[in-house]
Design a protein around this ligand. Structure first.
Ligand code: ZN
Ligand code: ZN
Length: 266
């Protein structure tokens, strides 16, 4: 059996904001520069993996993010019931990546040791560092640890044939990206190692940041892992929905396919 995968990006929310909120040091052209919010699905005949679980609607509303499709509804639209999922990769535990864990009662969660240490250690005594986390999401993950349902990596790890995680840090201490073999070659889900294409292309950094240096070196790492900038998928860029083809006529504006080439620029 071939160990290449289909990859889907499921957009579940959005947030309009000025560009200055997306870069340390602001932006000289401070026009609107919205973010999209995604969960991702990696699947083939042998397995289905969900990457990140989105924010729960209560924490999203408190943070004034616009929920466009509840995560369970988006998953159902591509034929997935969370109860059937055996593996979730958590890129990092920020509120918009690690909510809704109860949607996946039977899953093993795969994350970096350093993310758990960061999210439960002394840095979380400081609002500046803890504000992207929800204590309830982190506590839920701790309960999973005690239930034997979390698998930790420290650095790089091939979780399944053709699916590997790679520690990058930078944005959060234990952030990992996901590299997936597909019919078009490797595709790297950057998650928040690069929120937008603009971060990668201009070497600038998103304001939520544990280490500027690790973030910038992370861009080089993403490039090495992907081999080509067109094989890197940023974590929050609305451009992803325009660059890639729709999954189906029923999911226009909600789900695109990342395992196929980008659409020709039109
Ligand atoms: Zn984040
Ligand atoms: Zn994020």
């Amino acid at each position: 059996m071939s160990d290449t995968y289909e990859i889907l990006a499921l957009k579940y929310a959005e947030n309009d904001r000025p560009a200055s909120q997306n870069f340390i040091g602001g932006d000289p052209h401070d026009r609107s520069m919205p973010l999209d919010y995604f969960v991702w699905v990696i699947r083939n005949q042998a397995r289905t993996i969900v990457v990140d679980t989105g924010f729960n609607p209560v924490s999203g509303e408190r943070r004034a993010r616009t929920l466009t499709t509840p995560v369970n509804v988006a998953l159902a639209a591509v034929g997935i019931d969370g109860a059937d999922i055996e593996h979730v990769i958590t890129t990092h535990m920020h509120y918009d990546h690690a909510g809704n864990n109860d949607m996946f009662p039977n899953a093993c969660f795969h994350m970096q040791e350093s993310e758990m240490q960061f999210a439960t250690g002394p840095c979380m005594c400081h609002h500046l560092l803890n504000h992207p986390y929800e204590a309830d999401d982190v506590a839920g993950m701790v309960k999973r640890v005690y239930a034997g349902k979390v698998s930790f990596s420290a650095g790089d790890s091939e979780l399944f044939p053709g699916v590997s995680v790679h520690h990058i840090g930078g944005h959060s201490r234990g952030l990992q990206c996901v590299r997936v073999d597909t019919q078009r070659g490797p595709v790297v889900l950057a998650s928040d190692a690069s929120h937008l294409y603009a971060h990668l292309s201009s070497g600038r950094v998103f304001p939520t940041c544990d280490s500027v240096a690790d973030t910038v070196f992370g861009y080089d790492r993403l490039m090495k892992l992907a081999g080509d900038v067109g094989h890197i998928v940023p974590g929050h860029d609305p451009e992803v929905m325009r660059r890639y083809p729709d999954f189906s006529p029923q999911t226009v504006g909600m789900v695109v396919k990342l395992d196929v080439d980008e659409l020709p620029m039109g």
